[in-house]
Design a protein around this ligand. Structure first.
Ligand code: FMN
Length: 365
């Protein structure tokens, strides 16, 4: 039996296999509200046979959006829009659905990727003033962010808590905090973006303080069995930046505070990064976090082959694999992997007749 198709329990969520759909921004919301696109996109991924569907980076405050078209969860209207999408999905799929809660910090106020993704000046339409730990822009020449003061930190922390409560209220089953890819929480962690001289900067303890405060506040606001995970960049891939050793220290602090799992990605903090991209290139980072903690660990990044995924789970490098681009390219990837390993997946009743003749036991009865 392939290890990829063994179940895993995280808190009160039962994962039927080890395949996670990674969060993927769609830049298709209006005023933070999900649209028809989200129902089409998440709807078809909900039929994929994966163990968990993660909703894209969802901003906890309007100014925390990467672009003006990001999904948000900061108001009744944005909550209703997600709730409506989830309700429709629920009629046809019982896949557990998680949400990634995010604040883009200094990487906010940009154009959508297919229009170039450049920063939009704060005074221009669809632009706004960004905030960050320090007034250091992401790219040279960008409008610098405003450094968050005590009141701003409290506002951001409380917004994460409020969004997490909204997520639970509408029936989402897990919350992931976005501490990766150079967004706000990662900006606090990395010495390249955090140049504060107060208690939220300086030493590793200081740089971890705000992300840990946010985590603790969210963890405390939700029932203990409700999974709250953290996505991190295991390294900035840049000299003087955040690295694996600090990631492990952060993971241990999170574990001590009741973190339900670590999703280990990398990069995104600085344009000066030098990423050795290739198959499984981030798996060594996940493996190191797994070796240092007892939390479930998710590996991600150019995991595309069935045997490759099985090897990651089977050798104990990680407990789960996440796929992003691979799931967009082949939304039935988990079906095909199950067929390859002679394992079982759930398929909707409407599609049961497509089970291939050579795989007569592929679909769960
Ligand atoms: C279209 C797209 C949108 C993404 N949006 C997010 C996001 O919202 N949050 C996040 O943490 N990562 C995001 N990512 C990164 C993926 O979750 C993933 O870590 C990355 O693509 C590497 O995995 P892959 O090789 O399987 O694509 C996005 C990637 C893609 C391709």
């Amino acid at each position: 039996m392939a290890k990829l198709f063994t179940p895993l329990q995280i808190g009160n969520v039962t994962l039927s296999n080890r395949i996670v759909i990674a969060p993927m921004c769609q830049y298709s919301a209006v005023d933070g509200c999900m649209t028809d696109w989200h129902l089409i996109h998440l709807g078809h991924l909900a039929l994929s046979g994966a163990a968990l569907l993660t909703i894209e980076a969802t901003a906890v405050l309007p100014e925390g959006r990467i672009t003006y078209a990001d999904v948000g969860l900061w108001s009744d209207a944005t909550e209703t829009a997600i709730g409506r999408t989830l309700e429709s999905i629920r009629r046809h799929s019982d896949i557990p659905v998680a949400i990634q809660l995010a604040h883009a910090g200094r990487k906010a106020s940009t154009e959508v990727p297919w229009k170039g993704g450049a920063q939009i000046p704060s005074a221009a339409p669809n632009g706004w003033q960004t905030v960050a730990p320090s007034a250091v822009p992401f790219a040279p020449g960008d409008n610098p962010p405003v450094a968050l003061q005590r009141e701003g930190l409290t506002r951001v922390r409380d917004a994460f808590v409020a969004a997490a409560k909204r997520a639970q209220r509408i029936g989402l089953q897990a919350v992931q905090l976005h501490g990766a890819h150079g967004y706000l929480l990662h900006q606090f962690l990395s010495p390249l973006s955090n140049q504060r001289d107060d208690e939220y900067g300086g030493s590793l303890q200081g740089r971890m303080r705000f992300p840990l405060e946010v985590f603790e506040a969210v963890r405390t606001a939700l029932p203990p069995e409700f999974p709250v995970t953290m996505r991190v960049s295991g390294t900035d891939w840049a000299p003087g930046g955040w690295d694996l050793e600090q990631t492990i220290a952060f993971a241990r602090e999170l574990e001590a505070r009741g973190c339900s799992g670590m999703h280990v990605s990398s990069g995104g903090l600085t344009p000066a990064q030098n990423i050795p991209a290739g198959p499984s290139y981030q798996v060594p980072l996940a493996r190191a976090v797994k070796a240092a903690t007892r939390m479930p660990v998710i590996a991600v990044g150019l995991i595309t082959d069935y045997d490759q995924a099985e090897a990651i789970i089977g050798t104990g490098d990680a407990d789960l694999v996440a796929l992003a681009r691979g799931m967009l390219y082949d939304p039935r990837w988990p079906w095909h992997a199950a067929a390859y390993f002679d394992a079982r997946v759930k398929a909707p009743n409407q599609y049961l007749r497509c089970q291939p003749r050579q795989h007569p036991r592929l679909f769960e009865a």
